[in-house]
Every structure is written in C-alpha cells, then in structure tokens.
Ligand binder design. Structure first.
Ligand code: ADP
Ligand code: MG
Length: 370
C-alpha cells in the first residue's frame, strides 16, 4: 500500500491580485513540506504535505518530485495518474503545459512535455531489453451549452460522445477513442498541440482563457520483451481538471454559469469518491459512487487503487482567494488518505501464444482499443 503523493503549489501573485485587491499573502512557508496558512478569519492553520512548491519553485522541481517516479514506473508497466486540481487561475494548466505547449523554452516546460521527454529517454535506454510502443489519446470531458458533460475525443472531434466501458481484464476503457502511435517527443508534441487546439475555451472574470473542461492525456506504454515475447502495458494518465471555484465568485452568468455548475458537480463527485474511499472499508468497492459522474468513471481505476497517483493542489497565495485555497488544500488532505496498491500489469504473450477462443466477452470488448 502506498499513499497518494499530494503536493501544493503556490503561484506568484498575479498583477490583478496586486492591482485590484492590494492583496496580502495567505501562506508562510516553513520548509519544503510544511506551511502556515491564514484563513479569511485570520486563523492560522499548519499544513504538512509531501512537498510544497512556492512561487519561486521551477517547473523542473515539480516534475522531478511529483511526476518522474510515476513516469518511470509506467515505463515498467505500473499504471500512474497525475492530477492538477484547484480554482481557475491557480496554475493547473501552467503546471501541466507551461505557458504554452508549443513554444515553451526548456525552463518553462510543464509536466506534460517533461513526462513525454523523460519517457522517451528512458525507453531508448531500454531498447536492448524490450521494444516499446507508445500510444497517445486525449479524451476531454467538455462542458458546453450544446453537449453538456460529453466525453469528446480531442484527437478526432468527429467521433462525438465517447462511451465508457468497464471490462474485467482491463478495467475502464474509452470505447473507440483515437489512440495515435507516437515514436518520439516531437511527434507526441505535434498531436498534443492538435488536441489542445480543440479543447473548449470559455471566459470568466477569473481567467480569460480558462478551459471549461477536464482534459486527460493518456499515454499507453506497451513493452514487448526482446527475449521471450512477453507483453506488458503501463498506462499513464495526466489530468488537467477544470477550475474548482464557486460559480458566484467568478461573476459568471448564462452559459458560463451553467458550465461552472456542471464542473462543480463533477468535482463534487470526485470529492465524494475520495470521501467514500477514505472513510469506508476499502473492500466495499460497490459503495464507491464512481458512476455519479463521467469524470470519476474515467478515473475509476486510478482512484480505485491500481495506479500510483499524485495530486498537485494549485493555489493562489493571495488573501482574496484564501477560502478557495483552503478548500483546495482540504481536498488534497483528504486525498492523502487514499490507499493505493498498484500492481504491474499482467504479462500477456505476443499473438502466436494467445488462445483467442478462450477470450471472455470482456476481453473481446477490451480489444476495441488494440
Ligand atoms: P488554471 O489552469 O488553474 O486556470 P493557469 O495555469 O492558466 O490557471 O494560470 C493562470 C495564470 O497564472 C497564467 O497566466 C499562468 O501563466 C500564471 N501562472 C500560474 N502558475 C504560475 C507559476 N508557477 N509561475 C508563473 N506564472 C504562473
Ligand atoms: Mg487551466
């Protein structure tokens, strides 16, 4: 059993926070794991997490602590999930993609580019042992006035609503979602750019380019052993969640307000799943309300334990956002208690040794993605 890695990241104060609110700062760092937080009643609360990244912390530090160990395990066929959570404008997308996925300098690259670079570097060092095939898919739980709460395929928008299937052998599958094979970082980046250009963008007062969708990046890493035809697969999921703020604070109205409500509903469902996982008996899996939202269904395997998991709680350091920051930190503290026991993927044998006739209905269904 291992715990979920939970970190907080405080971005620098924005010019708006300086200008409009002449804000103070609600966080005082103690060390790399502990900080004192001042809530809006000026009570001081001390938080200890696995790591705290303050405003001067570089992107590389976040990657090395939070994502690198999970990426390495995924190359060794242990599933991993990395999630950014927090109010709109708190730094989720910056942490995931940097200031812009396409023309980021080395220093600013986000978790996504670093994970992809690191993964291909590790794969190339293992070429003598196994042949690797990496596939990328980008499902997005998009919230908009026409197709509320639909799961879209950002690599092929013509596919419409993606269906979620559960199989005994492979867990949750996104039926028919585009999986593009990628052979190096440049190719992966090119597809990521296409997908991100398709991601829905809405406007709120909090952040003009906030994305009103939860976006997941799936990297499926299959290794075919050179020596004995054994096949193992690791799935690495990076999730950039939509903002967790209360709708009324953003001044949203009309369509944007409806979007915000739907987003809050799915984030509440995520919180409820975490509460159920951490407060009940872990064996009572049937009582975990994964089915309450598509977000929790897509993340079911990750939340349910067969995945290493890291959560980056992205926070504003400003007193004007103290209540949102506190709710983000509480979410993180709760997630800290999820127990995970990720297993290496089951070894399968390459086609010549398989017995197709004995495949169960579930397994057949699972082949949709192969
Ligand atoms: P979110 O995705 O949580 O809505 P963003 O990642 O878009 O928020 O961040 C909002 C703004 O703050 C962006 O302009 C971003 O460049 C900036 N920002 C966020 N985190 C940092 C950071 N750690 N260092 C510098 N700028 C940051
Ligand atoms: Mg964002």
């Amino acid at each position: 059993m291992s715990n979920v890695t939970v970190c907080a990241r405080f971005r620098p104060r924005s010019s708006k926070e300086f200008r409009d609110h002449n804000d103070g700062v609600c966080v005082r760092g103690i060390d790399a794991e502990t900080f004192v937080f001042q809530d809006d009643k000026e009570d001081e609360l001390t938080f200890s997490l696995d790591r705290v990244f303050y405003e001067e912390s570089p992107q590389a530090a976040v990657y090395e602590f939070l994502a690198l160990p999970i990426m390495r395990d995924a190359v060794n066929a242990i599933n991993g999930t990395i999630i950014t959570y927090g109010q709109t404008g708190a730094g989720k997308t910056y942490s995931m993609e940097g200031p812009g996925i396409q023309d980021c300098d080395e220093h600013n690259k986000g978790l996504l580019q670093r994970v992809v670079d690191g993964m291909f570097a590790q794969i190339s060092s293992l070429q003598d042992i196994a042949r690797y095939t990496v596939k990328l898919s980008m499902p997005s739980l998009s919230i908009n006035e026409f197709i509320s709460n639909s799961l879209r395929d950002l690599l092929d928008l013509s596919k419409g609503n993606i269906q979620i299937k559960e199989t005994k052998t492979q867990g949750i599958l996104l039926s028919g979602v585009t999986e593009v094979p990628v052979s190096d970082s440049a190719e992966a980046l090119q597809h990521l750019c296409t997908g991100l250009a398709n991601r829905a963008v809405g406007e709120t007062q909090m952040n003009m380019s906030s994305s009103r969708s939860h976006c997941a990046y799936f990297l499926t890493i299959q290794q075919d052993s050179v020596k004995d035809k054994r096949v193992k697969t690791g799935k690495l999921i990076l999730v950039d969640l939509a903002g967790s703020e209360k709708a009324d604070k953003t001044g949203a109205e009309g369509r944007v307000l409806e979007e915000a409500k739907t987003i809050n509903k799915s984030l509440s469902a995520l919180g409820n799943v975490i509460n159920a996982l951490t407060s009940g008996s872990p064996s009572k899996a049937s009582h975990i309300p994964y089915r309450d939202s598509k977000l929790t269904r897509v993340l079911q395997d990750a939340l349910g334990g067969n995945s290493r998991m890291a959560l980056l709680c992205c926070c504003s350091p400003s007193t004007s956002n103290a209540s949102e920051t506190l709710s983000t930190l509480r979410f993180g503290m709760r997630a800290k208690h999820i127990k995970a026991s990720p297993r290496a993927s089951e070894v399968k044998f390459a086609k010549s040794q398989e017995e197709p006739s004995s495949a169960t209905k579930d397994e057949k269904c699972g082949r949709i993605l192969e």
